[in-house]
Each structure stands twice: as C-alpha cells, then as structure tokens.
Design a protein around this ligand. Structure first.
Ligand SMILES: [Zn+2]
Length: 86
C-alpha cells in the first residue's frame, strides 16, 4: 500500500477540480482544512480510511472559518467607520 495517495475533488464553492495528497500515515481518520487553489476559500476535508485502503473522502464548505473571516471583515469595516468619524 502506498503511504500517500492523491485525491481529486471539486471545490464546493467554485467547483474547480483540485487534487490533494493524503498522507496515509496520518491516521485512518483525518480532518483538515485546505484553501481552494482557485477561489482561495477554506474547504474542510474529512478522510476516513478502510483497513483495505478504501478512502472515504468528504470535501465541504468550512462554514466555521467562513464565518470567522466574515466577522474579521466586519471588524475591519467597523474600524474604518470609526476612523472616518473622527
Ligand atoms: Zn474554489
């Protein structure tokens, strides 16, 4: 069995096809966040591996990070408004 395998998937935001490398030594269940190469939005990746090497792969929008980014944007905008008030 290879220690690494490539997994292709479509971006859940812009549906660009992306391929990432899964490190099989990282455990049978892995969870991580990657950025889309095209639209740069965060994608949460869930990997679930069978002992016989079958990879169950789920790519979905990372709402938690998207919310965080939106919150950060809001704060920046609020800061700008504060500055223009002065
Ligand atoms: Zn994308």
């Amino acid at each position: 069995m290879d220690l690494e395998s490539d997994q292709a998937f479509n971006c859940p935001y812009c549906s660009a096809s992306i391929s990432i490398r899964i490190d099989r030594t990282g455990g049978r269940r892995q969870y991580f966040v990657t950025d889309c190469e095209v639209c740069c939005r965060p994608i949460s990746i869930e990997v679930d591996m069978d002992p016989d090497g079958f990879v169950n792969f789920i790519a979905k929008r990372c709402e938690r990070i998207m919310n965080m980014l939106q919150q950060m944007k809001k704060e920046v905008i609020n800061e700008k408004i504060e500055k223009t008030k002065k």
